[in-house]
Design a protein around this ligand. Sequence first.
Ligand code: NAD
Ligand code: TYD
Length: 334
Amino acid sequence: MTGGAGFIGSAFVRLVLEEQPDVSIVDYDALTYAGNLENLAGVDGTRHTFIKGDICDREAMLAAVPDGCDAIFNFAAESHVDRSIHSADEFLRTNVIGTQVLLDAARAKGVRRFVQISTDEVMGTLPDDSDDYFTEASPLQPNSPYAASKAAAEFVVRAAQETHGVDAVITRCGNNYGPRQFPEKLIPLMIANAMNDEPLPVYGDGRNVRDWIYVDDHCRAIWSAYENGRSGEAYNIGSRNEQENINVVKAILDALGKPHDLIKYVTDRLGHDRRYAIDPAKVETELGWKPQTTWENGLAATIKWYQENQSWVNHIRSGEYKEYYKAMYGTALG
Ligand code: NAD
Ligand code: TYD
């Protein structure tokens, strides 16, 4: 797998090692600002090998794929929309060229299956208050540079399948939340700021809708797609849990016993997608997958994790993050 020191990748490592006793993982990750070896603390080192490397480095990538490797899971990516608006270069390099390099390595090593971790954002945005949902038949209409790079990666995977016969499946999940998410994303940013009594910056009118899923549920769906998904298919993954941003932010403040006047409405994100909502009927019926974590339980567990792991948050907030935050929000963190 690639990207196993990030948020979702590290959750996938833990889950697979726990639930699949015969599986060993080689975890290839560049340790960018979002990669963090602390995310892998306590992981069983006998079945998990970490290699630091760039997915675009052809030679290193090829050398990292072990002989007899059954599957490659591609989690590695630049993943934050706001950063892609500021500068898209690294998104195209890692997310598109990196995926091509990895596909070439998979072919050269005779890997049986390639699993591309994509996102619902490739399908663009849905209107407010409609009965529309993203299905596997929805057109790819990405609106942010991040989403465009992930859509391009899907096409690169498709081309490898059609041209070279690579066995590939694509998963498209909605917004994840859970422990160890980098606090540039909505939920951990709001938890960290609320814990520190800093303002909570809500974009626009706060009524954009995201379809939230607990990270372990996403990881189980990825495993199902690897085991039972049909080659060449995409699978949309979601928990039927649409929430307006402002309600998410208020729920976090309430859980932490903090006042709502910490909320600060700020200038909207450029090209801000209004609503994401996934119809997960295909993963439910074809793969027999169902989410196990309710929104209430998942959010409570997530907040508890951040409360109990403040040193993890403080390490991040003390580094490059301070500069990012100042440039992004125009105010310094305390
Ligand atoms: P993340 O930013 O937390 O982690 C990304 C990881 O990739 C990091 O460990 C980083 O070091 C690594 N990486 C980045 N560039 C690399 C490179 N050039 N070579 C090797 N490693 C590199 O991201 P995440 O939230 O864990 O997302 C993982 C995947 O899931 C991404 O592909 C993302 O597009 C997808 N996804 C995320 C969400 C979400 O809500 N976070 C939803 C759907 C899909
Ligand atoms: P984010 O976590 O960046 O995920 P994505 O843009 O990939 O869906 O943002 C989730 C929603 O929260 C999105 O509508 C933008 C909004 N948002 C804020 O209102 N304030 C913030 O500081 C951030 C980071 C996001």
